[in-house]
Design a protein around this ligand. Structure first.
Ligand code: SAM
Length: 261
């Protein structure tokens, strides 16, 4: 469609139960802010700044599990503000049409609305449509706080590898493992008591936030995830002139990158 909202049933596009989606997204953003005390914004800024979108000219980017477009907006703003680049594009993909709908609404208030710079498509990170997302298409693949929710990490990495051009970059921002024992204890206390409590108070939904905390614990630690990225065929670390990962806040979150060879 001309406004770049693909794969959503026609009847869902207009006249959706707006209140429902409003409340979902409102709670989502509120909980994000509350549970991380706003820190997720700083991490996202750092994630995008580390990728320098637009530095080497316009880039074709895909932001998978992109939700309401937090990363996409930062990529486009960064390229424009830092490198005066208005030709970098981001295709946002998410399995949840409601999140995309919120993202689309949000982008309506930006200069990117109705431009080829942004599109929203429903899709599964573990099996992207080959017609919509052909092999060797993108310069940059981003996934922020999304891979943890996928049932098969190798399947996500395989798809990332497929859609990236040779030389393209895979970049993941995700909660990770804290190695400092003191920080780790404080963080455990915080996440196992405060976050489910906030979930109950703010969203009336303790279980979802309990799940959130548990999914963070289950996700592989830095070195293991890095090995999985290499197993998918990417080069990481010294091979590509940098660190395989960069911890944020002692490992509470972490940026992993890899380059398709
Ligand atoms: N990247 C956004 C951000 O950082 O604000 C959203 C993160 S949100 C915590 C996780 C997102 O992953 C949700 O929007 C959810 O719908 C999406 N998601 C979960 N499983 C997915 C899958 N298999 N494929 C694509 N998206 C998925």
């Amino acid at each position: 469609a001309s406004f770049g909202f693909r794969n959503v049933p026609e009847e869902a596009k207009e006249g959706m139960v707006r209140e429902v989606f409003d409340s979902v997204a409102a709670k989502y953003d509120l909980m994000n802010d509350a549970s991380s005390m706003g820190v997720h914004r700083l991490w996202k800024d750092e994630f995008v700044a580390s990728l320098q979108p637009g530095r080497r000219g316009p880039q074709k980017c895909i932001d998978v599990a992109g939700g309401t477009g937090d990363i996409a907006l930062r990529i486009l703003d960064f390229a424009r503000e830092k490198y005066a680049c208005r030709e970098t594009t981001v295709d946002v993909v998410d399995i949840n049409g409601q999140m995309l709908k919120e993202g689309f609404k949000r982008f309506k208030k930006t200069m990117y609305h109705n431009t080829p710079q942004i599109s929203f498509t429903e899709g599964n990170a573990q099996g992207l449509s080959k017609e919509q997302f052909p092999n060797n298409t993108y310069d940059l693949y981003t996934i922020a706080f999304g891979i943890r929710n996928c049932t098969s990490i190798p399947a996500v990495l395989e798809e990332a590898y497929r859609v990236l051009k040779p030389g393209g970059t895979f970049a993941c921002l995700e909660f990770s493992r804290v190695d400092n024992p003191l920080l780790s204890t404080l963080y455990d206390q915080y996440s196992f008591s405060v976050i489910p409590l906030l979930g109950t108070i703010l969203a009336g939904d303790r279980q979802s936030y309990q799940y959130l905390v548990e999914s963070i614990r289950r996700f592989p630690a830095q070195a293991e995830f890095s090995r999985m990225i290499r197993d998918a065929g990417f080069k990481t670390g010294k091979d590509v002139d940098g660190a395989a990962w960069v911890n944020l806040w002692g490992g509470i979150a972490c940026i992993h990158t890899g380059v398709k060879v």
